[in-house]
Design a protein around this ligand. Structure first.
Ligand SMILES: Cc1cc2nc3c(=O)[nH]c(=O)nc-3n(C[C@H](O)[C@H](O)[C@H](O)COP(=O)(O)OP(=O)(O)OC[C@H]3O[C@@H](n4cnc5c(N)ncnc54)[C@H](O)[C@@H]3O)c2cc1C
Length: 465
């Protein structure tokens, strides 16, 4: 049967693209090589990591804050096997949800590794070696990304792990060394620290969280250090000796003497790389860039007619919601509509405690561009709800155009920042000024009142600080 569209990969980019295409009347098929749908995000990424973050945050809250609120539960303890089961149950429910949505939208699915043999033609090789050929007017590559590896360091997912192994350790390591102080390193470092591991994070750069507003990243580092994470910045992991009972990790600080740190487990969290293995792109002549990403034009067209690409496999932030927006946009373009993604308003959230959420420009970016801007800030210590919730860490920072007052960036370090950033994203999508946010009535007592106060502070008229 010939399809209008074949989507390769069922991650947030691929499955959302397929559903939107089906809604628009395109006869659609999805090819997935894994046994379950949902890609990195649902199986080994966003969802399992957030399950572990949620469980361990509540565990720490019970241990450290309940008594102050007059709740007596005794010292809470952890049943790691049960916690991992809770995580797996969450994953299972979500991946089955995607399967249900495919059926509901009458999307055909095919299990196996897809290879594009020619524009319009996809060969699917299933686990048992059987081959099937599918035809379609258009093909969308949504094959996502894979773990970036360190040269000379083999990941065995037991002692030297990627995020995938770090989400399923059957024992809490005494010493966990993490390579990379990006989002995944900080989130999984927080999980295992809360469960009792001594966590050291080695970072090549002189700061954590590259790409995040500097003031926010510095404050976040202070808070995470206070919680017990140890950072070794401007340092490089050279080699790991795995011959003994514990791992011996050579850490080389810039300009200093190398030291050897011992660890039970090393997590390599230096980022992710686009995944195109087995797709046959070279043979077809589909262009990729120097980092292996499929090159696309603003309409997600690759260098070969009829072949499109979205999500982690193309340029841009490797985020599930970015992939989803691109999935919708390309489906709409294929159906003759004007699909479009506003890359200026893609929120970014780090689910540590406190959370770190941002949208739009950082102060560094504005300074570098020579933009004239004003800053409004409001600390959660001055927010009544944060005070009674015992969550006063952090602040809201709003950057607005000095002349027009248009909001250029919003950065939140605080409990529930990930939920609060949605308000900022909507405001920016509608081209709001700081005064628009400041004049919008916010319910009391809520944490988002801090967003309103930061917006008021852009004009130096915050009420509660
Ligand atoms: C630990 C971790 C935590 C994360 N947390 C977050 C978070 O909180 N928020 C967030 O926004 N992002 C998060 N991410 C990133 C997010 O998971 C990715 O940005 C997102 O999954 C990308 O979606 P995608 O559809 O492009 O690709 P993927 O989700 O990677 O899906 C690609 C799919 O394609 C399939 N595939 C590949 N090649 C073939 C082939 N030849 N034939 C058939 N099928 C194929 C794969 O099996 C896979 O299912 C996290 C990632 C990790 C690793």
């Amino acid at each position: 049967m010939a399809y209008d569209l074949i989507v390769i990969g069922s991650g947030p980019g691929g499955y959302v693209c397929a559903i939107r295409a089906a809604q628009l009347g395109l006869k659609t098929a999805v090819v997935e090589k894994w046994p379950t749908f949902g890609g990195t995000c649902l199986n080994i990424g966003c969802i399992p990591s957030k399950a572990m973050l949620n469980a361990t945050e509540l565990y720490e809250e019970a241990a450290e804050k309940f008594a102050e609120m007059g709740i007596k539960v005794g010292g809470p303890s952890v049943d790691l096997a049960a916690m991992l089961k809770y995580k797996d149950k969450g994953v299972d429910g979500n991946v089955k949800g995607v399967e249900y949505l495919f059926k509901k939208n009458k999307i055909d699915t095919s299990r196996g590794v897809a290879r594009i043999t020619a524009p319009g033609s996809v060969e699917v090789i299933s686990d048992d070696g059987k081959t099937q050929t599918l035809q379609a007017k258009a093909i969308v590559i949504a094959t996502g990304s894979d773990v970036a590896r360190l040269p000379g360091i083999a990941i065995d997912e037991k002692r030297i792990v990627s995020s995938t192994g770090a989400l399923s350790l059957s024992k809490v390591p005494q010493k966990l060394l993490i390579v990379g102080a990006g989002i995944i390193g900080l989130e999984l470092g927080s999980v295992w620290r809360r469960l009792g591991a001594a966590v050291t994070i080695v970072e090549f750069l002189d700061h954590i969280l590259p790409g995040i507003d500097g003031e926010v990243a510095r404050q976040a580092q202070r808070l995470l250090q206070k919680q017990g994470l140890t950072f070794k910045l401007s340092s490089k992991v050279g080699a790991i000796d795995a011959s003994g009972k514990s791992l011996k990790v050579k850490v080389e600080p810039a300009g200093g003497a190398a030291e050897t740190l011992e660890a039970d487990v090393v997590l390599v969290a230096i980022g992710r790389v686009p995944y195109t293995e087995g797709l046959g792109l070279d043979a077809l002549g589909v262009k990729t860039d120097e980092r292996g990403r499929v090159v696309v034009d603003p309409h997600y067209r690759s260098s070969l007619a009829g072949i499109y690409a979205i999500g982690d496999v193309i340029a841009g932030p490797m985020l599930a919601h970015k992939a989803e927006e691109e999935g919708v946009a390309v489906a709409e373009i294929l159906a003759g509509q004007a699909g479009h993604v506003n890359y200026a308003v893609i929120p970014n959230v780090v689910y540590t405690y406190p959370e770190i959420a941002s949208v739009g420009k950082t102060e560094e970016e504005l300074r570098q561009a020579g933009a004239a801007y004003r800053v409004g800030k409001f600390p959660f210590t001055a927010n009544p709800r944060a005070r009674v919730n015992l969550t006063t860490e952090g602040f809201v920072k709003i950057l607005a155009d000095a002349k027009t007052d248009r909001v250029l960036g919003v950065h939140i370090l605080g409990s529930d920042a990930g939920n609060m950033i949605a308000e900022a994203a909507i405001a920016m999508e509608f081209g709001a000024s700081a005064e628009d946010i400041a004049r919008t009535c916010h319910a009391h007592p809520t944490l988002p009142e801090a967003v309103k106060e930061a917006a008021l502070d852009v004009a130096k008229r915050a009420i509660n600080f």
